[in-house]
Write a protein that binds this ligand. Structure first.
Ligand code: UDP
Length: 251
């Protein structure tokens, strides 16, 4: 079978990692192609905190470099690429990808599995998506707090559910390492790390109002409503410093 074409053959280099020059529509089209082709394909949704974590984590760096698709998840990543003279078309975040996949699941027949979050979160996310998008097929759920000895059972449950897309929401870098370790054992065409997406999809965490999102300030909104995010926010000055020190593109 012919290999899936690389997303516009365009991978921009950012802080030693690659990020693909793709729009949301390109991403959805690639997911369709990955599902047709069969698995596994790892999609990384790259945000500023992952760039900082990968600086000191060689394993994560290798996983991001080897991923079949890396989308720009945050406005920080868009800013840094623009500053380096390689502007990207738009933000393609995990939250939005999962929303769009659920919206088109009925029409495309794509089967989704939600793995991650505290007990009950993935289940509530599946119920809410089924209400918002009638016909959306979330074929299995499991929380992200299983013990190592339970992992075989989790893999088996995913295998039985036969999803096309496995959304793994266990935080950075746990979800990326979990996918890399298990991708070849699972017969799933698309595996995507989506961070706190299931908390949002379940309704436990609300999205910022549209005007806040348009002002590129959703990260600040979520930080103010969840001080636990402060640890993650502490990586932002480091990201800004790394970006400002990197050579700037000449106009
Ligand atoms: N989580 C999990 N298992 C763990 C640790 C975290 O399922 O062992 C979940 C947590 O409940 C939350 C998500 O991972 O739903 C991490 O969300 P966050 O917004 O912090 O993600 P990140 O900022 O790392 O993308």
């Amino acid at each position: 079978m012919a290999a899936t074409p690389r997303p516009s053959a365009d991978r921009v280099q950012l802080h030693g990692l690659g990020v693909d020059r793709v729009t949301m529509d390109d991403t959805l089209a690639l997911i369709d192609a990955f599902v047709r082709e069969g698995g596994p394909h790892h999609i990384v949704t790259l945000d500023s905190s992952m760039c900082v974590t990968a600086r000191a984590d060689a394993e994560l760096r290798e996983i991001v470099r080897a991923a079949e698709l890396v989308t720009p998840d945050s406005v920080g990543v868009l800013w840094a690429c623009r500053r380096a003279g390689c502007p990207l078309p738009e933000q393609v975040s995990g939250v939005d990808i999962v929303d769009r996949l659920c919206a088109r699941s009925a029409e495309r027949g794509h089967r989704l599995f939600f793995l991650g979050g505290a007990p009950g979160v993935a289940e509530d996310a599946a119920k809410r998506m089924a209400t918002r998008f009638p016909g959306c097929q979330v074929v299995g759920t499991r929380d992200g707090y299983f013990r190592p000895e339970e992992e075989a059972g989790v893999l088996e449950a995913i295998g039985h559910a036969r999803p096309d897309v496995l959304c793994v929401a266990m935080g950075i870098p746990r979800q990326e390492k979990w996918i890399a370790r298990n991708r070849d054992r699972l017969c799933v065409p698309v595996l995507i790390g989506v961070g706190g997406t299931l908390d949002v999809a379940s309704g436990r965490v609300s999205r910022a109002p549209r005007w806040v999102r348009r002002a590129n300030a959703e990260w600040l909104y979520r930080l103010l409503r969840n001080p636990r995010k402060l640890v993650k926010a502490l990586t932002l000055p480091r990201f800004a410093w790394m970006t400002l020190r990197a050579p700037r593109a000449r106009p």
